[in-house]
Design a protein around this ligand. Structure first.
Ligand code: MIC
Ligand code: SF4
Length: 771
């Protein structure tokens, strides 16, 4: 990691904290595009995908060797965005670097901490008072360090970024896994943990393994009930939850031009569900229309002028098999409406097939709640399509049979759909309008107990559907589909309804067939901004005092983690051997725990509460090896920590799938975890572990997982000789003293090894900025 003074000085001048990306920043990116792309084409001796053009235009050292899935490279993103649940830990880390101002334009968005209970106004007021300490901290820390602050009610981070900050050919990082939403506007937008964001905010480059590139070739045109959501639901089926790991998914082909910008954003957003580093569409007229409609004519003009660089080279388009690591073909004209779930976003089928499948599996057919919106699907187009069905229903004596809720993605969308009478259509159908926030998408949903004290089905246009994701209850089975299909299913009240062929009885007892949804891409009279909750940072924030009370239970200043002591690590107990899926939600639950996201010690009270103990099949508890009793995992971890007993965790495939929350890496680190040994990792979580100085190891032979017993101990050797690409030797010691030696792999670069030695990546930044 090298701090490039020249680059950070130039970016310093553009670290404005305004409500939109200034054209000067965009022009600076476009000005170097031609030279960089031309040089890279010659150096690499091959035509370039759009992914490569954008990455090479943001590489820290032009001319550096890049090799897909092999090299680690330093990049210089144009922006950073952070949501309130992850910003707290990111900014607590940033504060320890001792800088005066962020080196890259950054914003904070208050969206995750608002609980959905009654409806927008009441819920927002409750959040403002309930989270006052955290909002005050975020607002003052933003003002202090030159960060733009979007207060509660302004909207969900990814929708606000799309409307204000994303631009074609740009690059950003965001402390949220759905940051790739901005790929709908042709930006490489990568979800990261807070420590990665701290690198960029402190003027260090962002280091990432050069991605593989998966091409998705779209032909034909969507029609009828099929929506952009169906494209990503189909891609999720094809690639599964881990098929995108280490890859950027680049869409290409004539079908891309038939999809609106916000539709493209939906597709890129849910690319997080297949583990992709990000997803991306080429620049086209739909993006230009969206830019102009959201008041960014100057950016549209600038993008038009370099449009030939904002798509893959012709040679790539003519011979995609040679250019991409994998090519997926989707004919949009053949694509039928899909619905995925429950419990995993890649369990796909056409809507028409769900009734029979649900019956066969014993999933309740009756739908207990139907939810439209979220950062994924709350565009003007989405809402108009869904509203067109509701209007028809109202005119034809049909009523929703399922409680319906709608979450606008931003204040701008909310105010616009209110002005255009669309919210009224939803309200007339009995829908509850929730705050412009994450709400039920992240377990912030206070449902009455009788809604989920039994197995129940919900349908949503959100993106994630792990057990407990929406309302904290494993009884709730969530199915993910497009907003218009959610509305159709709400009218039917059952999963056993195909809007294309089925009909519904109306008030007069007649059978009514729903028409195809009709949407409007962009508001004909333009967007209206609604209430302004944006606070730009002052030009000089150095006089602002950022307060963190030592007695707070929600915020806690961070202590640096200890450096490695230079020794191998012997006889570590296994705190948890997790069976099956172990997502970041299993490691560090959201919902009620969101309130401790700024307090490492308190949030560690949720460590592994969702992890299923492979020895007992019970979630959240295991055997304390120090006293032999069975306890919740967080209590065992605390006991080990206080006793100075280091430990390991063991798991299966795609460990840490899902969210970017670095708490899932910091909590184990804080409690004394030395290594996580699993069959495979999800990208962001693996990066977060490395950043915090935890060894992220994978079994060289996946069968070793099965050899590990509850009372075994694990020794990790050869740490003084950690070398990129070289396996790490480990030993299992059985209770009878017998041993089994096994190998693990790691993906550490020299820099990652430095982080491990220093105790964390942040310790290195601190050392470099402390003079
Ligand atoms: C999510 O969708 O899971 C979240 C909540 O937005 C997370 C971030 C978090 O845990 O705070 C994400 O996707 O990264
Ligand atoms: Fe919020 Fe859900 Fe979007 Fe995550 S996926 S940012 S929780 S709305």
């Amino acid at each position: 990691m090298s701090k490039d003074d020249t680059t950070s000085d130039t970016t310093m001048t553009s670290t404005d904290s305004s409500a939109t990306t200034p054209i000067e920043l965009v022009s600076a990116v476009y000005d170097r595009l031609d030279d960089r792309v031309t040089a890279a084409r010659t150096e690499l001796g091959q035509p370039l995908t759009l992914t490569e053009k954008i990455l090479l235009n943001h590489i820290d050292q032009p001319g550096a060797v890049v090799e897909r899935a092999v090299s680690y490279n330093d990049l210089r993103p144009d922006r950073v965005a952070m949501q309130d649940a992850t910003a707290q830990m990111a900014l607590l880390q940033f504060m320890t670097a001792g800088l005066d101002r962020v080196a890259t334009p950054s914003t904070v968005h208050c969206d995750h901490l608002i609980q959905a209970k009654v409806g927008a106004k009441t819920d927002l007021l409750a959040a403002e008072s309930g989270n006052k300490e955290v909002y005050d901290f975020l607002e003052s820390v933003s003002a202090r360090y030159g960060i733009g602050f979007w207060g509660p009610g302004s909207g969900i981070i990814h929708q606000v970024v799309l409307e204000q900050y994303a631009f074609p050919g740009g690059m950003m990082v965001g402390t949220d896994s759905h940051t790739p939403n901005a790929g709908g506007l042709g930006m490489i937008a990568i979800g990261v943990g807070g420590a990665d964001a701290v690198d960029v905010m402190t003027g260090f480059p962002f280091n990432v393994r050069w991605p593989r590139v998966i091409g998705v070739h779209l032909t034909g045109r969507l029609s009828g009930w099929s929506a952009p959501k169906d494209i990503i639901l189909k891609v999720a089926e094809i690639l599964t939850v881990k098929g995108g790991t280490g890859a950027i998914v680049e869409y290409f082909g004539p079908g891309t031009e038939t999809i609106s910008c916000t539709g493209k954003a939906t597709i890129c957003n849910m690319g997080a569900e297949i583990g992709a580093t990000t997803s991306l569409f080429p620049y086209d007229e739909a993006m230009a229309r969206y830019l102009r409609s959201t008041g960014r004519d100057a950016i549209a003009d600038a993008a038009d002028a370099v449009a030939h660089h904002l798509r893959a080279d012709d040679e790539v388009l003519n011979d995609p098999d040679a250019a991409f690591d994998q090519v997926i073909e989707i004919d949009l004209s053949q694509l039928r409406p899909h619905i995925n779930g429950p419990q995993t976003p890649d369990l796909a089928r056409e809507v028409s097939a769900l009734g029979a499948e649900a019956t066969a599996n014993g999933w309740p057919l009756g739908i207990s709640s139907a939810l439209v919106g979220s950062c994924t699907n709350s565009s003007y187009e989405d809402i108009t399509r869904a509203a067109s069905i509701l209007r028809f229903a109202a005119d034809n004596g049909l009523r929703v049979k399922t409680p319906l809720m709608i979450t606008p993605g931003s204040e701008q969308v909310r105010a616009t759909i209110e002005r255009d009478g669309l919210l009224a259509t939803f309200e007339a159908a009995g829908a509850t309008v929730l705050a412009n926030a994450c709400g039920p998408c992240i377990g912030q949903w206070a449902r009455p107990a009788d809604a989920n004290d039994h197995v129940n089905t919900i349908v949503t246009s959100y993106n994630r559907n792990f057990p407990k994701r929406n309302d904290g209850s494993a009884n709730t089975l969530a199915f993910v589909t497009s907003p218009e299909t959610v509305v159709a299913l709400a009218l039917a009240g059952t999963l056993d309804f195909d809007p294309i062929t089925g009909s519904l009885p109306n008030d007069a007892g007649e059978d009514v067939h729903l028409p195809e949804p009709v949407g409007i891409e962009l508001p004909p009279t333009g967007f209206t901004p609604g209430d302004n909750t944006f606070v730009p940072a002052p030009a000089d924030g150095s006089g602002i005092d950022v307060k963190v009370s030592p007695t707070s239970d929600r915020l806690q200043l961070l202590e640096p983690f200890a450096a490695w002591d230079g020794q191998d690590i012997f006889d570590l107990p296994i705190l948890v051997k997790a069976q099956g899926k172990c997502t970041t939600d299993h490691i560090s639950m959201a919902g009620p725990w969101l309130k401790y996201r700024g307090h490492l010690e308190n949030i560690s009270g949720n460590l592994f509460l969702g992890a299923v103990n492979a020895f007992t099949g019970v979630a959240g508890e295991g055997k304390d090896q120090l006293d032999g009793t069975t306890k919740p995992y967080p209590e065992i971890a605390k006991h080990y920590h206080e006793a100075g007993q280091a430990w390991v965790a063991v798991g299966d495939e795609n460990w840490g799938e899902g969210s970017s929350r670095e708490h899932a890496a910091m909590e184990p680190r804080f409690r004394g975890c030395k290594a996580i040994i699993v069959r495979s990792f999800a990208r962001i979580h693996e990066a977060n572990l490395k950043k915090q100085g935890v060894l992220a190891l994978t079994f060289a032979d996946p069968a070793t997982y099965d050899l590990i017993g509850e009372d075994d101990r694990i020794t990790i050797t050869g740490l003084a000789n950690l070398t990129p690409g070289k396996p790490v030797d480990c030993v299992i010691t059985k209770p009878d003293g017998s041993t089994i030696t096994f190998q693990t792999n790691q993906t550490m670069s020299d820099e990652h090894i430095e982080w491990f030695r220093a105790g964390s990546a942040l310790n290195i930044i601190r050392a470099r900025t402390s003079h």
